[in-house]
Design a protein around this ligand. Sequence first.
Ligand code: ME8
Length: 581
Amino acid sequence: MIYNPRMPNENPNQTPYYVTTPIYYVNDRPHIGHCYTTLIADVAARAQRLVGRDVFFLTGTDEHAEKVSKTASENGKTPMEWATINAERFKDAFAFMNFSNDDFVRTTEERHKAKAIEYITQLKDQGIITLGDYEGWYDPSQEEYLTEMVAKENDYKSPVTGKELEKRVEQNWFFDLPRYEPWLKEQIESGAIRVMPEARKNEVLGRLKQGLRPVPVSRQIKEGDADWGIKMPGDDSHRIYVWIEALCNYLTTVDNDERAQYWDGEVVHLMAKDILWFHAIIWPAMLHALGKKPPQTVYAHAYWISEGTKMSKSLGNFIEIDLLQAYAEKYSLDAMRWFLTTQGPLGANDSDFAHSRFVEVYNADLANSIGNSTSRVGNMVHKYFAGQIKGTCNGEFGFENGTSLQTARQALANAGKPVDDPDRTYKIAEFADQAMAAASDALDSMDLEVMLDSGRSIVRHVDDFISYAAPFTLAKQLDALEDGEHALSSILYSCAEALRIASLLLSPAMPEKMAQLWRNWNCNHLVDPDDCNSGFVAPLVELAKWNGKHGLKPGQSIIKGEALFMRADSKEPAPEAERIS
Ligand code: ME8
């Protein structure tokens, strides 16, 4: 599953792009939340590769938590056996989702452990980690201490799970977080560390104002504890606190000669709002103390809920990978990826996974949009030009006499059909160019929905143009109209070329379906269409040039092929998960 295509002509002016997901706990199997964060990382990674950047995309598993050893013993396994069973489940789920991660780190791997020990040792040697007593409100379900203020606000219950907090006193090693308070404030306020979306940035700055406390970085080993976790360097009576060790994964994985450029590049950490504080405050401070640069972007999305209800273990309503598989089976994997990416909780609000909404989005965005448009254009090229692109066109349609659009209007008039808005003009090539620019801006701000919508906007424009120019009416009068064939081929070229550009913009979310289109349309020059994960031959600006080197060419054959998406019936029952044990 490890995937690492490299552009043959990487743009040296662009910094490498390093995107990460949280590393997930292996006490249980993967669910929609894990798949979602990793999916948006995948879409961002694929889009960045498409624009020509050198990308490294990391995900993995967090294995040294107490809850892992606890569930392992409940299941009659050693912690390592249990961690391996679940790490494999995560790997399988992510392969199923067609994620293009370049690596998958497990924190039980030597390469991670050795480096994590090195960082903690360095911080101890620098006197930034010291021994002290600590009393505080401990959330056992999250394995973290909360400030008095946060504990009180939540009625001394876990803000994540609602379980009772425990007052604990411990002797611990502490990271001196307060000394970085002014630096953190300045970095976040100035946007040097972009905490996104804006609501989360305000939340973090608000909490920062309440002051910082030293962070425990170890746990005392008690009698009966499982032998699980990394020992504190130089102190065998403690283990490194799982959170501190886990955060290190982002650096341990690329802290070597072959990958150092990724940490020097643009680093983007993705996660949900539950673990923002660790990523926006504790981790950047640790990095600063280690003499490393902080991440550029810390992006915390909101939560998926299920049919209007929060998902939880006790309610047993988690949408697990097997339900996602059932949706993929019925509607295609890419339809499911599309739904999650465009309807997911990327912003500050939670999103509901509801079957009725899935069908609505599937029909509107896929079956009736890119699916229908590509079949229509493919069918017309097939029918009117024996399946071959006839001639090119610059994608501009004015209303002067003798132009293709004028001929199309004449055909409508001859057929006795009304011509609405006779002064209408179309600049399809320019429209596609602007959509591409909008997609790049949206990608920079991680607005993946807007990025993908710029692809859809081209499809909508093509649909509108087809309705207006009515090439099917024109096609019936080729003998009667002097310029009929030229007009028809110009119109169809423009539709097909615009859809080719749209398909590039839609491909980060739907790599398989767009590769299917490229196979049907013989676009072998974009990418290897038999392998939707192969690298593109050139950056997007080159690939998407209208009638450019990579554009559709006269004589290129277009196969009608199977429709990309069949319309779905909203009355059909929702797919059901086949429960896997
Ligand atoms: O917190 N909606 O691991 P974890 C959307 N090991 N995303 C969700 C979600 C939901 N309902 N539920 C979970 C840990 N997620 C630590 C992280 S990182 C150094 C250590 C996703 O298995 C989301 O990305 O509890 C969230 O941040 C993550 O799963 C928590 O995964």
